[in-house]
Every structure is written in structure tokens, then in C-alpha cells.
Unconditional design. Structure first.
Length: 303
């Protein structure tokens, strides 16, 4: 199948390679010439602009957009809306907010263009393991794109699904990331409890390896945890500062909007914010209050 690919960052480049290996014809574009040249060397057709990319595709065209969420995606979609023709399709494989995807789908529909949103998970491992893809859009359009999804997925019949209309794919991916936050926080807290029991002198890598097989808590995240602990279970070179991509925040906001209690996901997001505080004023104030009402000792900065 023929496909245009815009955005050749790490994930976009890996997806391009997987599609080329699957026998698809790809026309690629990126603002930086180096990844375009690398993709061309692997067999893709290079282009020097989005207009050039569209010109090199055969109608009905399908263009996969793999750029950062927000304004970058908005700009690319707006440009493509002016370049594409009736019956063409824009696929957003990034981590866009599902409400933006619904709006973009409506805008493109007015121009007789299709929009498919694909929540994509798999990260740097997707090239070898395949990607999990949560797809939203018109059923007939998704069916026409089936060869692309079957190639990118772990198997043609595993790891991807058409989950509903435009917006549904990014909505499911948003919640997926909220669940991911909670799972990661649970593993992190559990291993911290294990590490705190110093008299047992636990080998945390061995614990992770033991849990990986047969245990009810086995998972790919645990596999990755074991890999990290194998290198250095003290994690001495890693600072405990944890970023968030935004989708965890969107999940918590959606839970509030829908009156759905989600304390575990919410707390896992808040713990990421805690990780970024060198010094917590709130913690200082808690200590001061305990000292005021109970005479409990406080530790000074100099101690």
C-alpha cells in the first residue's frame, strides 16, 4: 500500500522502517533533511515539502502525521487540508487530545476529506515488537487502511483495533496512558518498600525476575523494570525527576468531567509533580504545624 509519512522523529522513523520492510511504498517528509535522507536510503521516496509529498502520492491519498501534539499537529493538518483532494485521508498517529481530533475531523469533513486518529503505543520497541494502535474514524476508511495497521501491529490480528468514530482512538490512548501512570507508580512504590528492608539485603533485580514469570503482576513494564535494575539496582545515575506527556492530566480532567472517581490514576499524576520539587514548601509547613500543636521536633536545613 502507498502512504505519505510526515514527521521522522525516533518513532516516526521506526514506523517508516517497519512499513518499508512490510513492502509498502512510502513518501516521506520532515523539516530536517537528515531523517529524510536516511529513509530514502532505506527505500522511501523523499520529498522536500508537504506539497511535494502530496504530489508524489496517488489518489486517494493517505498521509500519516507523526509530529508533536498541539500546534505542530494543528499546523500540519491545516496545511494538508489545503493540499489534499476530496476522498483523501489524514491520519494523526501522535498523542493529540481527543477533543482536538474530533474538531479536526469535522473541519476536514467539510472539505470532503477523511480523518483517522490512531493512538499509538510501543515507543522505541515498536520497530521490533510492533505497535499497539487504537484507531478512530469512519469504518470504511479504516478498512481501506487495514494493510498499514496490520503491518505496524505485533501481528495482523493482534494489538490494533477500530474502536469507534473520529476521536475514539485518541480518547482510548489517553486513558491507556493514565492507567500506565498508575501501574508505573505501583511498581515504583513496591520496589521502594523492598529496598527499605535493608536487613534482608534483597537483590531487587532477582525479585523482578522472579515476578516476571507466573506471577499475577507480570507485565511488559515489569520486564523493563528488570532490565533497568540489572544495570544498577541503586539507579545511582538517575535523578528522581519524572516528566508527564500531558495525557495523564487529560485523563484526570476527563474523570472529573464524567464524575468518575479515579484516585489511583490521579495520585500517580500528582506523584510525578512531587518528583520535580527540590524542596517542598508544603512539607516544611506540615513540619511546622506538627511542631506548633504537639511540640514535635523539626529538622533544620543546616542539619
Amino acid at each position: 500500500m502507498e502512504l505519505g509519512m510526515i514527521g521522522l522523529g525516533k518513532m516516526g522513523a521506526n514506523m517508516t522502517q517497519r512499513l518499508l520492510e512490510g513492502g509498502h511504498r512510502l513518501v516521506v517528509y520532515d523539516r530536517s533533511p537528515e531523517p529524510v535522507q536516511a529513509a530514502a536510503a532505506a527505500g522511501a521516496t523523499p520529498s522536500d515539502s508537504m506539497a511535494d509529498l502530496v504530489d508524489k502520492l496517488t489518489a486517494p491519498r493517505a498521509v500519516w502525521v507523526m509530529v508533536p501534539a498541539g500546534r505542530p499537529t494543528e499546523s500540519v493538518v491545516e496545511t494538508l487540508a489545503d493540499l489534499l483532494a476530496s476522498g483523501d485521508t489524514v491520519i494523526d498517529g501522535g498523542n493529540s487530545n481527543y477533543k482536538d481530533s474530533m474538531r479536526r475531523a469535522a473541519m476536514l469533513k467539510e472539505r470532503e476529506l477523511h480523518f483517522v486518529d490512531v493512538g499509538t503505543s510501543g515507543g522505541i520497541w515498536g520497530l521490533t515488537e510492533g505497535y499497539s494502535m487504537m484507531v478512530g474514524g469512519d469504518k470504511a476508511v479504516v478498512e481501506r487502511l487495514r494493510p498499514i495497521f496490520e503491518t505496524l501491529a505485533p501481528a495482523p490480528d493482534k494489538g490494533w483495533g477500530h474502536l469507534g468514530p473520529s476521536g475514539a482512538g485518541h480518547f482510548v490512548k489517553m486513558v491507556h496512558n493514565g492507567v500506565e501512570y498508575a501501574l508505573m507508580q505501583a511498581y515504583a512504590e513496591g520496589f521502594e518498600i523492598l529496598k527499605a528492608r535493608e536487613d534482608f539485603d534483597l537483590d531487587l533485580h532477582e525479585v523482578a525476575e522472579t515476578w516476571r514469570y507466573g506471577s499475577v503482576v507480570r507485565s511488559w513494564l515489569l520486564d523493563l523494570t528488570a532490565a533497568a535494575l540489572a544495570e544498577d539496582q541503586d539507579l545511582s545515575d538517575i535523578k528522581g525527576w519524572v516528566a508527564d506527556s500531558g495525557e495523564g492530566r487529560w485523563t484526570v480532567a476527563e474523570a472529573i468531567d464524567q464524575d468518575v472517581p479515579s484516585p489511583v490514576i490521579t495520585l500517580s499524576l500528582l506523584m510525578r509533580l512531587v518528583s520535580r520539587q527540590e524542596k517542598s514548601y508544603a512539607a516544611k509547613l506540615l513540619a511546622a504545624m506538627r511542631n506548633q500543636f504537639g511540640g514535635h521536633p523539626v529538622m533544620k536545613e543546616s542539619e
